[in-house]
Every structure is written in C-alpha cells, then in structure tokens.
Write a protein that binds this ligand. Structure first.
Ligand SMILES: O=C(CO)[C@@H](O)[C@H](O)COP(=O)(O)O
Length: 226
C-alpha cells in the first residue's frame, strides 16, 4: 500500500498574530493538513505564547486538524480546557508531567488524540512504556521555545528508532518532527521515517506558501521512492 503524503503542519508561532485569521486562511489554502499550535508557559520553555481561548477563537477559521503542542509544565491541569478549545491532537512533553501515562489517558478520555513529545536530550527509551497508548510521537529537533533554529542532527536517530518500534510492535502512532524543517532538511527526516513535519519560519517566510507545501510533499515522495 502506498504511504500517505507527508503531512505539513505550519506552526502559527511564526505567524503575524496581528493578522492571525488571515494567516490561518493561508494555511487553509496551502494544501497543509494540520495547523500546529505551540502553547508555551514561560516555565517549561523560555517563551510565552497563547492559551486555550486563542485556539477556541481560531477554531471556526479552519477546517484543518488542530495539532496542539503543550510546552507547559504540569499539562494535566489544562488538558480539559485545551480539549474544549477544539484541539484534535493534544501533545504533552514527557519531561513536563510526572504521571505521563495518566495524562495521556486523560487526553483520550476528553475525546482528543494523545501525543507525547520529547526534547532533544530525552531518549526514546523514556517513552517506550507509553507508545501503545499514543496517537502521535513528536520528536523535537531543536530545543523548544523559539522558531527559526537549526535542526540538531543527533535527534534524527530517534525518528528511525520510533519507526522501527512501531513496525515491530504494530503500533499506529504518527511520527512528527518539529524544529528547523525546511526544503534542505525535509529529505533527511523523511528518510528516517517521519510522517508529519512542523514548519514555522520556512512556511511563513515562503513567497508562495502553497508552492512551498507542494514542493515539500514532492521532496518527501522522491525520498521515499529512492
Ligand atoms: O515548537 C517549536 C519551537 O519550540 C516549533 O514548532 C517552531 O515553531 C518551529 O519553527 P521552525 O524551526 O520551523 O522555524
């Protein structure tokens, strides 16, 4: 069976918040399938973005999958609010919650798909015991907090490891990659087994955002048939 096209998830972190509805409209028209929503609390990461009201207000602006990435400490305290805001996926960091398994169960019990994220210094072995209950594993390829950073090469191995475990165990999670993804780096992450890529600066700085998405998907297809 042919593999599904690479999922492109533009990160609104790199959007102009003063024109956020217009910016999201360009995501809708670009061929991207997901909208990536980076929630930061100034504690788990050294930056602050937005909360559930922002996502709730954006929900009517897009029919796409809302991929909410909680870069916040103790995310379990806010899961219900982010579920009510219209998130499809809610992804929490393994480093940010003591009871990771329980937090992932909570996400699912709220009717959302559950994701687990790991920062560059966290090895895959630390999340192996929850891989049977997640719908997405998000591999951070930069240290979280800011857009526009360079991909850290030592993170790539984790993508291949997750793809191998998925195959061996028959799991069905989506493997997504976040940080420093652009037309130069997409092939290497696809070669490792990525299904979805988060793109902040590369998407929002593209002269033609629809063309950018199209080219990223084509580059992925070329890499997969190589
Ligand atoms: O979560 C983050 C950063 O913490 C990312 O989602 C960035 O927003 C990706 O931006 P680029 O590296 O693609 O510019």
């Amino acid at each position: 069976m042919e593999q599904a096209p690479l999922i492109i998830a533009p990160s609104v972190l790199s959007a102009d918040f003063s024109r956020i509805a217009e910016e999201v409209a360009t995501i809708n028209g670009s061929g991207a399938k997901w909208v990536h929503l980076d929630v930061m609390d100034g504690r788990f990461v050294p930056n602050i973005t937005f909360g559930p009201k922002f996502i709730k207000d954006l929900r009517p602006c897009s029919p796409l999958v809302f991929d909410t990435h909680l870069m916040i400490s103790e995310p379990e305290r806010y899961v219900e609010l982010f579920a009510q805001s219209g998130s499809d996926f809610i992804t929490v960091h393994s480093e940010a919650t003591v009871h990771l398994h329980r937090t992932l169960q909570l996400i699912r019990s709220c009717g959302c798909k559950a994701g687990v994220a790991i920062v560059p210094s966290t090895p895959v072995v630390l999340i192996e015991s929850v891989l049977d209950i997640v719908d997405q594993v998000l591999v951070m390829t930069v240290n979280p907090g800011f857009g526009g950073q360079q991909l850290i090469p030592s993170t790539l191995r984790k993508i291949s490891d997750l793809a191998q475990i998925r195959q061996e165990e028959g799991y069905e999670y989506v493997i997504s990659v976040d940080g420093g993804i652009n037309m130069r780096t997409v092939k290497e992450v696809v070669a490792c087994g990525t299904d979805a890529v988060v793109c902040g600066n590369a998407f929002f700085n593209a002269d033609d955002r629809a063309l950018f998405v199209d080219q990223m998907i084509s580059l992925a297809r070329e890499e997969r048939i190589r």
